[in-house]
Ligand binder design. Structure first.
Ligand SMILES: [Zn+2]
Length: 192
């Protein structure tokens, strides 16, 4: 999911700046982890020597006046404005904002969740992510005689089907939840 979100964010940045080089984009990606969001809507980007930075941190902010992003690297030691080109600190911030948005969107995606109990001696599968644990607290001879499992399935479709050795053994109607909620349910389920 993180990979897809990053790809989507990169694609947006690429289409915004079609003239920019691959290394410009690569630097923006390398800086992604160095971006810190400030409370006032500005951003701090840690400097990296290997990317040619000479300061430990750069400040990036958006100006409503000219509708542009600015970076403290546009100013010299003496406060004179230098290059007006979009630096990779700004590129990193633009990428960061899009990446975050893409991740949030992915989290809001709807999925279906269902819990059940099955008996299966062999391979269990489902049309989604399948989580399995023994139904009994203790694994004893009874379990080996008739192995019962508690299952949880997170699926993209409402109708959830569980198979044992390729044969359908359970059909359930999933409950529609956000992906973030499903993740929470999976964690809680594992915790018993
Ligand atoms: Zn900069």
């Amino acid at each position: 999911m993180r990979r897809e979100a990053l790809d989507a964010a990169l694609e947006e940045l690429r289409s915004l700046f079609p003239g920019k080089s691959k290394s410009w984009l690569r630097k923006a990606v390398l800086r992604l982890g160095d971006v810190k969001e400030g409370r006032d809507g500005s951003y701090r980007v840690e400097g990296r020597r290997e990317l040619g930075d000479w300061k430990p941190v750069y400040l990036v902010w958006y100006s409503e006046e000219d509708g542009r992003w600015h970076c403290s690297c546009y100013f010299s030691h003496f406060g004179f404005a230098r290059q007006r080109d979009v630096c990779t600190h700004v590129a990193a911030v633009m990428l960061y904002r899009r990446y975050k948005k893409a991740l949030e969107k992915a989290e809001r995606r709807r999925v279906y969740v269902a819990e059940g109990e099955v008996e299966c001696r062999g391979r269990l599968e489902a049309n989604g992510e399948l989580y399995v644990k023994p139904a009994a607290e203790k694994i004893d001879l009874t379990f080996y005689a008739s192995p019962k499992y508690k299952i949880l399935v997170v699926s993209n479709t409402r109708r959830i089907v569980v198979k044992c050795n390729g044969l359908e053994i359970l059909e359930m109607e999933g409950e529609e939840v956000q992906l973030a909620t499903a993740k929470f349910l999976v964690e809680r389920w594992h915790g018993r």
